[in-house]
Ligand binder design. Structure first.
Ligand SMILES: [Ca+2]
Ligand SMILES: [Ca+2]
Length: 244
């Protein structure tokens, strides 16, 4: 500390604090909702890369209120790579999603007014989002990671990004509360152009082994129409008895 006096150090701290405020990172709100319930029998295992997400639906919406849905192509590129290629935008991942980020890019700016939201429906691609990092939860899922921005990106400093995992998945009829089948990224009032990367751990439904992701009906409640039909049935039974 030779050569510095206390005033100079205090001044440097103030400058750094101001710089910190001026260059604040994007504010990312990550949440999860139950949504629609799904079930499957088994996962293949927790190591899931881009090629295993073949068929996942990726929908990107723009400020012009148009949306485009593209199927994720797991056969593109190397054995660990997969991508969704839209008109002027793309989503790709190369490697195991536990440590390899997804990268989203869009050069759609002037034509459509920028990206307002991105929605990943993993179910058609047997892709499952494992969001709990502290415990393994579902069998074969190991640890998960919820959505987190990584490294440098083109999302404005101070911008708010709302991220929601939804449509919860059970394994063998049991909800372990770590698996979800959709991921929504919403830029709120802002529009996005450029590139950003994020980590989000995925697992893989064992489709080849016979597991199919199916909707779980909530506890069935008889509808008024059904009750009316039942009433007619009872009435009919009474009439037929009277005839006999
Ligand atoms: Ca897990
Ligand atoms: Ca996992």
């Amino acid at each position: 500390m030779k050569g510095f006096n206390n005033k100079a150090i205090a001044g440097l701290g103030l400058v750094l604090a101001m710089a910190g405020n001026a260059y604040a990172a994007p504010i990312v709100n990550v949440s999860n909702t139950v949504g629609n319930l799904y079930n499957t029998d088994a996962l293949t295992g927790f190591t899931t890369n881009g090629s295993l997400m073949d068929g996942m639906e990726v929908t990107t919406c723009f400020d012009s209120l148009t949306c485009e849905t593209v199927s994720f192509d797991g056969t593109a590129g190397s054995s660990n790579f997969g991508e969704a290629l839209g008109s002027g935008w793309s989503l790709s991942v190369n490697g195991d999603t536990f440590n390899s980020p997804f990268t989203f890019s869009s050069n759609v700016d002037n034509q459509f007014g920028g990206v307002t939201s991105i929605f990943l429906n993993g179910r058609p691609g047997n892709t499952i989002f494992d969001i709990v990092s502290g415990s393994t939860g579902s069998p074969n899922s190991a640890l998960g990671k919820p959505f987190a921005l990584t490294g440098s990106n083109h999302i404005d400093d101070g911008a708010t990004v709302n991220v929601e995992h939804s449509d919860k998945l059970a394994i063998g009829g049991v909800f372990y509360d770590d698996l979800f089948t959709t991921l929504a990224i919403d830029f709120g009032d802002l529009t996005f152009a450029g590139t950003f990367s994020f980590l989000s751990d995925t697992d893989n439904n064992d489709f080849a082994g016979g597991s199919i992701i199916t909707p779980v009906d909530p506890t069935p409640v008889p509808e008024p129409g059904t009750l009316a039909l039942m009433g007619l049935g009872i009435l009919g039974l009474g009439l037929s008895r009277r005839k006999a």
